[in-house]
Design a protein around this ligand. Structure first.
Ligand SMILES: Cc1cc2nc3c(=O)[nH]c(=O)nc-3n(C[C@H](O)[C@H](O)[C@H](O)COP(=O)(O)OP(=O)(O)OC[C@H]3O[C@@H](n4cnc5c(N)ncnc54)[C@H](O)[C@@H]3O)c2cc1C
Length: 380
């Protein structure tokens, strides 16, 4: 008999899990609370580990052709001086694949196209889940509730997960990390920008070229909690508009500037599984974006879950294989955030910059590859 899986949440992790589980013989349904999936979000960097997962899901070739291979890059200061540089090809040589910059909407569309027909149900907000695999969704508008049973329930509903809230009531809520991030995508780029990060005290700006001549940028700033929202583009321009080229031009060219007050799950969960339910992605281990691994880890979760879920000890195996690694990555992301963007003491910043300047490129590369150099299990 075909086993059924209900996946709560149609983000990167949920869609990838649905594709993977379908490939390994499950009948899948994705319940997504948003009424209509629109092309939202900014960019994303997919690293070797995430790209290999997308290969395992059968969509890697399309992702590579819709993305942009990151080339020469490194770390700079606001006046444009380089602290460290990595030339084109070095990362690819080290890992066997380059990192890819891709628009989130493009990645989402590729994943949606790979779903089995009729698997996605939108406008379906999940309000209750039990360990026995009972999932209750509420229709928007009518408020009518509808319950289904599944052999497997996947909580892929993001940092404010309702599934985690229902079955892990003792888990600490996500906490604000003291940083606000802004993201944007320019409609066009005038010349080839160099990928990389620029650091100042308590602030950073990142540039990631995308396909179609567009550029994804992000900015982050130490910020007190509860800062009111306003003209976010003006705010970014005020703080970053005098930094090196092409930063001012990129901000000016952007129409939609997205703002996120960054939060993460600082207290690691003691388990990712309860009964027939497994958490994945941000629902399980929301992390700060300083290593660019949140989405990549969600992809790893999805492929590993799909590879082991059919086993008798499937969910225990998933927990054993995924929890230690994803929690290590989350912890390292926080440490990188503290030492990188969040560092604001001038003496500490000078010492960090001096250290980055003298670090041999091979060592810098090895630390970049530390989490990206990971291979998923095969789903065939
Ligand atoms: C500024 C910033 C930059 C980042 N950059 C990178 C990067 O370069 N590389 C990288 O790998 N990661 C990056 N990340 C992290 C990455 O965005 C997340 O880790 C990733 O999106 C998590 O995917 P997910 O599917 O687990 O959750 P989400 O993307 O949050 O998806 C959850 C889905 O569940 C739905 N949902 C929620 N509640 C319910 C409910 N009750 N019922 C039904 N549906 C529900 C939501 O509508 C949503 O569609 C970044 C994050 C930030 C904030």
């Amino acid at each position: 008999m075909t086993r059924t899986a209900v996946i709560v949440g149609g983000g990167i992790g949920g869609l990838a899990a649905a594709i993977g589980l379908h490939r390994t013989g499950w009948e899948v349904t994705v319940l997504e609370r948003v009424g209509a999936l629109r092309p939202v979000g900014a960019g994303l960097v997919l690293q070797a580990n995430g790209l290999r997962c997308l290969d395992a899901l059968g969509v890697g070739t399309r992702v590579r052709s819709d993305g942009y291979e990151d080339v020469t890059g490194g770390t700079r200061l606001p006046d444009g001086r380089w602290l460290a540089r990595i030339s084109a090809g070095e990362l690819e040589q080290a890992l066997g694949t380059p990192a890819i910059g891709i628009h989130r909407a493009a990645l989402h569309q590729i994943l949606l196209d790979a779903l089995p027909l009729g698997a996605l149900v939108t406008g379906a907000e999940v309000v209750r889940v039990t360990e026995d695999g009972e999932v209750t969704q509420r229709e928007p508008g009518t408020g009518r509730e509808h319950t289904v049973n599944a052999d497997l329930v996947v909580g892929a509903d993001g940092i404010r997960s309702a599934v985690r809230g229902a079955l892990w009531p003792e888990a600490a809520a996500p906490s604000y990390v003291g940083v606000t991030a802004w993201r944007g995508v320019t409609p066009v780029r005038t010349r080839d920008p160099v990928v990389g990060i620029t650091w100042d005290r308590g602030a950073e700006f990142g540039i990631v070229p995308l396909a179609d001549q567009r550029v994804y940028w992000f900015a982050a700033l130490n910020t007190a909690p509860g800062e009111p929202r306003g003209d976010e583009k003006a705010r970014v321009l005020t703080r970053f508009g005098r930094w090196h080229d092409p930063i001012p031009e990129l901000i000016e060219a952007t129409t939609d500037v997205l703002r996120d007050d960054l939060a993460c799950l600082d207290t690691p969960l003691p388990t990712y599984v309860k009964g027939r339910v497994a958490l994945l992605g941000d629902a399980a281990h929301a992390m700060v974006p300083n290593l660019g691994q949140g989405g990549n880890q969600a992809l790893e979760d999805a492929v590993v879950l799909a590879a082991v879920a059919h086993r008798r000890d499937g969910l225990q195996a998933y927990d054993r294989l995924r929890r230690p690694r994803s929690q290590r990555v989350a912890k390292a992301s926080r440490a990188v955030g503290h030492l990188g963007q969040q560092l604001s003491n001038p003496v500490a910043v000078a010492a960090r910059n001096a250290l980055v300047r003298v670090t041999p490129p091979r060592l810098a590369l090895r630390s970049m590859a530390r989490f990206a150099d990971w291979h998923p299990p095969s789903l065939d």
